[in-house]
Design a protein around this ligand. Sequence first.
Ligand SMILES: Nc1ncnc2c1ncn2[C@@H]1O[C@H](COP(=O)(O)OP(=O)(O)OP(=O)(O)O)[C@@H](O)[C@H]1O
Ligand SMILES: [Mg+2]
Length: 277
Amino acid sequence: MVETLEQPDAAAETDSVTGDEAMPESRAVKLGVRDLSISYGGVAALRDVSLDVYENEIFGVIGPANAGKTSFLKTLNLMDSFNSNMQVEGDIEFNGRNIRAIKNVYGLRSRIGVVFPLPVGLPLTIYENVALSPRLRGIKDKQELDIIVERSLTRAALWDEVKDRLDSLGSLLSGGQQQRLTIARALSQDPELLILDEFSIAVDPVTTMRIEDVLKELKSEMTIILVTNLVQQARRLANRTAFFLEGECVEIGVTEELFSGSVKDQRTRDYVEGKFG
Ligand SMILES: Nc1ncnc2c1ncn2[C@@H]1O[C@H](COP(=O)(O)OP(=O)(O)OP(=O)(O)O)[C@@H](O)[C@H]1O
Ligand SMILES: [Mg+2]
């Protein structure tokens, strides 16, 4: 189903981040993960992952189904606290602070925006979908909310298509529009870290490319973790990429190096070359 998006395209060659451009200037660590292990009811889903995500980079996470990618993301903004069956060990530091020591979980979640694979439409108008989080944060002024809504929808490349029908239900939009609405909702909080989990699964290739352009722009303002099962998408967007396989972080490297065969582990080469997955 998603394979259609993998057709080789010239942009993959020219747009991919290479050489000096590959790394953000500052290597300030936005997110530090140490010895992270996750299991469900005693069955391991992720083992002993340690990695750093730098400020203003797009950090790709690739790997086939059941690699533990989504489980990894869930721990980053403490979503595991909703699931008593999920056990998490290890440390996660956000801006140098252990997230488990952060008392204001709501505050943490407002700094980390998450976009799930399928758009989770709230039964609200387009406007209210985007205004909800700012309202919950206490913003009541209509003008201020209008500005946030327009800005978030613009950044998500959706404004032009919906500006004349902000009062209609978000659920009436097309799949690709709903996915961009979800992104606009995540952006309404001005997150420092934006996490996307296979955002293009229900989105057509043209919309996928538009969202990819949006992400390239957003990188200058925030840090992005992009989980994708489209390896060429990681190649187009990610500064560095981690390859997860069956609960193991096999390798982390500068994306272009991984894709040009400069790998430490043969499994990485096989995966990026499409030999399995
Ligand atoms: N809520 C859950 N309860 C029990 N087991 C789970 C739960 N969520 C995930 N798992 C298990 O954890 C392992 C990793 O799943 P996860 O969803 O993290 O993989 P993934 O890499 O995101 O895969 P996909 O590409 O299919 O989304 C799988 O074996 C899965 O069955
Ligand atoms: Mg997943």
